[in-house]
Design a protein around this ligand. Structure first.
Ligand SMILES: Nc1nc2c(ncn2[C@@H]2O[C@H](COP(=O)(O)OP(=O)(O)OP(=O)(O)O)[C@@H](O)[C@H]2O)c(=O)[nH]1
Ligand SMILES: [Mg+2]
Length: 167
């Protein structure tokens, strides 16, 4: 077996508003994902790890509820990339994206960020292009269904690509 090479380790944070599907997203990776939750809402973190594109990717999910601000920052600290998961059927939550991005970047720096327009399997889900326009976001918005696992790996590969490019 090859010796473990630390430069191939990478930390990604999965964040987003309450109930957007962050935990469901993280659960799609690795063999033994962890979710620290009470009554279905994350109160601690989600964590898993997986090998993707020759990187050993450590995937951390934050809580979404605003009263866990400190926990969000704790979980996000040191991440090289941010995946912002939003619920495409709930535009009332989109206004939270800006403040959340600021809060997470305060502990990660100006690292690459992509948005996952999640719950695309649900009727009434706004398409990713529409959400990109509504948010005025310049980066990549990828349609996902964390429930079905659609687009989750594509999102990870995209953020890794952006991280590699920025280094
Ligand atoms: N239909 C559908 N349901 C989803 C999808 N992703 C998540 N859900 C459901 O939405 C609910 C919330 O998902 P979670 O993954 O717990 O959301 P979260 O963002 O981690 O929530 P908090 O940790 O409480 O902020 C659960 O019932 C999920 O099964 C999706 O892509 N499609
Ligand atoms: Mg959660």
């Amino acid at each position: 077996m090859e010796p473990h090479s630390p430069e191939q380790d990478i930390k990604i944070v999965v964040t987003g508003p309450y109930n957007a599907g962050k935990s469901e997203f993280v659960q799609k990776f690795g063999t033994k994902p962890i979710n620290v939750a009470v009554n279905g809402t994350t109160v601690g973190l989600d964590f898993t790890h997986d090998m993707i594109e020759n990187f050993h990717v450590h995937i951390f999910g934050t809580p979404g509820q605003d009263h866990f601000k400190d926990v969000q920052q704790c979980v996000a600290r040191g991440a090289s990339g941010i995946i912002m998961v939003i619920d495409s059927t709930d535009p009332s939550t989109f206004s939270q994206v800006e403040a959340l991005t600021k809060r997470i970047k305060a502990v990660c720096g100006r690292v690459p960020l992509i948005i996952c327009a999640n719950k695309q399997d649900k009727p009434g889900a706004l398409p990713p292009e529409k959400i990109k326009q509504m948010l005025g976001f310049k980066g990549k918005v990828i349609g996902t269904s964390a429930l079905r696992g659609d687009g989750t790996r594509t999102s990870l590969v995209e953020i890794l690509k952006q991280i590699k490019k920025s280094q």
